[in-house]
Design a protein around this ligand. Structure first.
Ligand SMILES: [Zn+2]
Length: 155
């Protein structure tokens, strides 16, 4: 993890992760660390919990149950970081130069979460209003249309 990261209250959501030092574009700021589960194990473990910090990793459906600094990084539709995977580990990397005092953010691109609304309040001018990935937004819209058709057919 990069020196100078701090967790404090955020205007985006509860707590956020800020940098006290300048971060250069391309620099890794921290690793998304935590115990790993299969998707099934994680679903079972967290079926009653509303807020989770699970990060899907790799093709095999492994999820990382985030703890530590990375889980405090908020979503933004105009992020200054992105996540990258290397050898099954997830790193948060700056995608532009970041000034001291800025909050670190990346796009969550949420998917596969049927009960949470995932609304976004990041305040970026280009805010998409959702933390879901574009594919997930399309998938959900399709589901809503299908449900409406089923309802119409019943009437
Ligand atoms: Zn947003």
């Amino acid at each position: 993890m990069l020196d100078g990261l701090i967790i404090r209250s955020s205007s985006i959501h509860a707590a956020g992760c800020y940098t006290r030092r300048a971060v250069k574009k391309g620099q890794r700021v921290c690793e998304y660390e935590g115990p790993r589960f299969t998707k099934e194990e994680a679903d079972e473990r967290y079926k009653d919990r509303f807020i989770t910090y699970l990060f899907s990793c790799g093709e095999d459906g492994t999820v990382i149950d985030g703890f530590g600094t990375a889980m405090f990084i908020n979503h933004s539709c105009d992020p200054n970081c992105e996540t990258e995977e290397e050898d099954g580990r997830i790193y948060v990397k700056a995608i532009r130069n970041i000034a001291p005092g800025e909050e670190l953010t990346y796009e969550y691109n949420l998917h596969d979460s049927d009960d949470e609304p995932g609304d976004c309040y990041c305040g970026a001018p280009q805010c998409r209003g959702t933390m879901f990935s574009e594919e997930e937004v399309k998938r959900r819209a399709k589901k809503v249309r299908a449900a409406a058709r089923r309802k119409a057919a019943r009437q």
